[in-house]
Ligand binder design. Structure first.
Ligand code: PLP
Length: 317
């Protein structure tokens, strides 16, 4: 008679042994979603399983380590960044582990739990409250950074909106993994905030597999690709000032998703146990919007930037 050993969890894969918190990453995770477009292969590239809980850990590491290599920052340095939450937390963790002081400039859309985590690392958190003329806060956040840089000239601004090390994180990481892991990709959907992910993934796809159709996903009310600005409910995707790096980013199609569609998808997603954040819902809503009208064959890969746990404030009924 064979003896069975009960397993509470599936067998572990290769062990991860880190020497710093920021090295705790689980990058190559994918989830098939069979209910979104029946008969098509939709796969989510899940980026939220790391110590900072989002894809922004890649961006933060890339920008900080490049600045360290260039000698722009070192022991005792102070860094500043404007963030709607995820990059702020990723930088706060990296600065805490390396002994840098960090100032995070954010706005009222910052979720309270992310705000508490950022503050818990010892970072300084400044929340601007005045809306800009596009109905967002980005212009106000950037004005606050400029004011801080004048008052404290030795502070280093990572500047995710214009820093080439932002897209490089995805050109040399996110995209490389995706293509190495899947031979049959025909479509890729990427949400646009700073467009770091979109630009980096786009450049690598163009070089390596230009036949893949890259879709940029933006929120209605975002000005990134020239649309009229208006207020938006969710953080992460969309801008009220187009990021400098967005000017050179290349893609094949652009999909706008309304806040209501994001809310609807968020609710459907969570009720199926997909505990990802609102920008994942926006990207999946875009896949559905396009896939309903077009025969998207092959594998459709959508990038999921983060998890649901920081967004319970936006819990939909
Ligand atoms: C949750 C979430 N999704 C998507 C993005 C967009 O990523 P990117 O800035 O690379 O365009 C961000 C950026 O802040 C984010 O926080």
């Amino acid at each position: 008679m064979s003896r069975h050993v009960a397993r509470a969890t599936p067998p572990a894969r290769a062990p991860v042994h880190a020497s710093r918190p920021s090295e705790l990453l689980a990058h190559r995770m994918y989830l098939d979603i069979d209910w979104l477009l029946p008969g098509r292969q939709v796969t989510l590239k899940v980026e939220g399983f790391n110590i900072a809980g989002s894809i922004k850990l890649r961006t933060a590491l890339s920008m900080v380590e490049a600045a360290e290599r260039r000698g722009q920052i070192g022991p005792g340095s102070s860094l500043v960044e404007s963030s709607s939450g995820n990059l702020g937390l990723a930088l706060a963790i990296i600065c805490a582990e390396r002994g840098y002081h960090f100032i995070c400039v954010s706005d009222p859309k910052l979720s309270p739990s992310t705000a508490r985590l950022i503050a818990a690392t010892g970072a300084e958190l400044i929340v601007v409250t005045e809306k800009d003329n596009q109905g967002g806060y980005l212009q106000t956040r950037l004005a606050k950074i400029k004011e801080l840089l004048q008052a404290r000239p030795n502070v280093y601004w990572t500047n995710q909106y214009g820093n080439p090390d932002n897209p490089l994180a995805h050109y040399g990481g996110t995209a490389v993994e995706m293509l190495a892991d899947w031979e049959d990709i025909t479509h890729v959907f990427v949400g646009a905030g700073t467009t770091g992910t979109l630009s980096g993934v786009g450049r690598y796809l163009r070089e390596q597999r230009p036949q893949i159709h890259l879709w940029a996903v933006d929120a209605v009310g975002s000005v990134t690709f020239g649309g009229p600005g208006s207020s938006r409910r969710y953080p992460g995707l969309g801008t009220s000032v187009a990021a400098l790096i967005s000017k050179t980013c290349a893609f094949d199609g652009l999909v706008y998703v309304s806040d209501d569609r994001t809310a609807d998808m968020l609710s459907r997603m969570w009720r199926k146990g997909l505990m990802f954040g609102p920008s994942t819902a926006t990207v999946l809503a875009a896949v559905e919007q396009i896939g309903r009208h077009r025969p998207l064959g092959g594998r459709i890969v959508a990038i999921s930037p983060d998890m649901a746990d920081r967004y319970t404030d936006w819990m939909v009924p």
